[in-house]
Ligand binder design. Sequence first.
Ligand SMILES: C[S@@+](CC[C@H](N)C(=O)[O-])C[C@H]1O[C@@H](n2cnc3c(N)ncnc32)[C@H](O)[C@@H]1O
Length: 584
Amino acid sequence: MLRARSLLVASPVAQLKRVMSTSSTTTTTAAASTTAVTTTTTSEPLSTHLHRVKVLNLPTHENSAIKKFLQSHGVDRFKKAPKWRYAFVNFESEEAAQELMKKLEGVDFKKKTLTTEYSLVNKEAYRERFQSKQKERIEQVENDTRTHAERLADQVTPLHRIPYEEQLTKKHKTGIAHLNRFKRRMTQLQDLNDASKAQIAWAFEKNGLPFEILDPIASPEINGYRTKCEFTIGRSPEGEPTVGFLLGLYRHGITSVLSPDDCLHVPDVSKQIASTMQEYVRHSEYPVYDRVEKIGVWRSMMVKAQKTGDVLILVQLKASDLSEEQLAKEKKKLTEYWTEFGNKDKINVKTLLLQVWDGDSNGITEKGRTETLIGDGYVYEEILGCRFRLSSSAFFQVNTPATELLYTKCAEWCNIDKNKKTTLLDLCCGTGTIGITMARTVDRVIGIEMIADAIVDAKANAEMNNIANVQYHASKVEEKIDVVTNEKNEEVVAVLDPPRNGVHSTVIRAVRESPQIRKVIFISCDAYQAMQNFISLCRPTSNRFKGMPFRPTRAVSIDLFPHTEHCELLIEFVRIEEDEVKQP
Ligand SMILES: C[S@@+](CC[C@H](N)C(=O)[O-])C[C@H]1O[C@@H](n2cnc3c(N)ncnc32)[C@H](O)[C@@H]1O
């Protein structure tokens, strides 16, 4: 049964208090955290302490694989945030804890060997710690004099109060701080003997960074630059059905939604689409989804508004309470609604998708059932004179003019020698943007990407741009790189554009073990998280890290995300020649 539309929404403070009251002595979960899979024991406390096992060396994210793995070892409940490399499992008895440790110690999972640690946790202290954190949050919200709109702006665009020039300087300094930390960590590597120190002599040089740091590159557009936005459909603090952003963290129990109208990074067209969808749900006979009660229909939407004028809209709903007829009727209504909107407002709604998702996790998901209601499922974008087709799930940089500056700098640093045969290795190539924009300046491009659908897009994109000197491999980089680099005896330049937290060390080891690769251009959107990759690329030769190391030769920050803390850092790494190393 669907709830009546007049469902009242608790204030943010009440939402936080509800989280507090739902936490029992032995349960630490927020109302229904999306990030931390949290819960411990649910029975009445048998003793004053919990017996805790910390499982170490887990991968970041991959929560569903971890859940499956732990379930296969008898663990149904555990606590792990996506960024953690560990998880906690609590038990009422030491024996049960020890039993799990025996099962997991030394077991390989996702190419890492797990270890475990045991500790005794006082239940009372545990509960108090959780409650005092929550109290702190309540006080913060109660003492907060900002309007809702100001709070949302501070949340989604935390630098918006600072002039843009200062934002850029701040990001530049952050980039330099990361590079200094990288240099310092190189000197702190274990077991460095004189020979290995000689290989990384650059890291021991005094007086700052021994390579070039260019001035930061500003985003050509400062406001309304985001081509992709994901909106939540929920209720405003006043209880009105609203399409916009969550006003706080869901894992803290916040479920109020505010319109994106005052968000500087959202383009006007996406604001207009959010407000048009809001009108739709306000007049719908079905309620918006309640993330706590897990009931209702309208859940989220994604808008891709490209610089070409193409728009892709994806609407996500929960259909488990709708009959087949009701769902079919809704599809027809949505199709008519957005067709009329496009015609009336001269907006090219090139693709409309409906995603049915009945699961508990929030946000647009690959696990949902997605159907195309208008168009062919794609929108198009142009970068440096090349045209790209994008599906709803494909990764694509969200700031097109700044991406052009990023790729231009990347091409310049690849420094292709026209007199030599050169292969450009586009590692983690996604839909092929980097390789395709550079294909005419090299002998051939090889793209490797583990998402098969992205490779389908990459092939179509190459064809659309009449680029014939490309080959694509739907594979993990580490599983294919040796095959492709050994194919021809020619110089190879690699561009590595990995996800936020970098790549598995096997990828870096494979790059090191390919002697043809003389240069790596690393594009990092989070240098803090990718630090281990930089270190692995540059650390002295060892049994584990074979091949001569690389060293950084220049770096530059390119701002793709004005008003936020994020920034791309482009680093050029060059292979050290054996005869360059001064023997100790
Ligand atoms: C930041 S995106 C970059 C995509 C592309 N270079 C672009 O700019 O459109 C990172 C990509 O790395 C891919 N990826 C992550 N780890 C990988 C691996 N080990 N092997 C191959 N691809 C990987 C992801 O699937 C994702 O498409």
